[in-house]
Write a protein that binds this ligand. Structure first.
Ligand SMILES: CC(C)(COP(=O)(O)OP(=O)(O)OC[C@H]1O[C@@H](n2cnc3c(N)ncnc32)[C@H](O)[C@@H]1OP(=O)(O)O)[C@@H](O)C(=O)NCCC(=O)NCCS
Length: 148
């Protein structure tokens, strides 16, 4: 049976999964403790999401990842729908920052997010090494948002 469980302790147990979406552990450390984490599992864990309260009614997805063999089966969307429903009375906006990558931008657009703003040079300023996705270096952080 597919279910979603909140992980409160030993979040680092899922580090391997979190690194799929955010490849530098020190950057994960910036939000993991204060974040609320859910895993979607059947007989094994298939996907993870970490969200944070950014103030002013804004909820932010800091990490979302589906285990590669389970990608494209709707689990990422399911986790976004789950947090959207669960937090819609407490927050007005769900936002997410991502690199300009063909692996993630279409996913957020399919899930109903629209482009919001940009943090220039976020990846080059904050990561200790260049990050490439699909052969393209990630430079700016693009924010997407969705009304709850
Ligand atoms: C991005 C990610 C979380 C999506 O999760 P997923 O479980 O594979 O996504 P879903 O199956 O729920 O996809 C939802 C929709 O988005 C589409 N989609 C997902 N990735 C896509 C891509 N790269 N290009 C085009 N469409 C995509 C799916 O086809 C689906 O559309 P449909 O309903 O019309 O078929 C997952 O691919 C992943 O873990 N990627 C690596 C980690 C990562 O980059 N995380 C984001 C960090 S910002």
């Amino acid at each position: 049976m597919v279910r979603i469980i909140e992980i409160k302790n030993n979040k680092k147990e899922y580090l391997e999964l979190l690194l799929i979406a955010d490849e530098q552990e020190s950057m994960i450390d910036r939000y993991l403790e204060r974040g609320t984490m859910y895993v979607l599992k059947d007989s094994e864990v298939m996907a993870v999401i970490v969200i944070t309260d950014e103030g002013n009614g804004v909820l932010e997805i800091k990490n979302i990842a589906t285990v590669p063999k389970f990608q494209g089966k709707g689990y990422g969307r399911y986790l976004i729908e789950f947090v959207s429903n669960k937090y819609k009375d407490k927050y007005s906006v769900l936002q997410v920052g991502t690199g300009d990558s063909p692996l993630t931008v279409p996913f957020y657009e399919k899930c109903g997010f629209v482009r919001s703003h940009l943090i220039k040079n976020f990846f080059t300023d904050n990561y200790d090494h260049p990050i490439f996705e699909c052969g393209k270096q990630l430079i700016d952080m693009i924010y997407f948002k969705k009304d709850l």
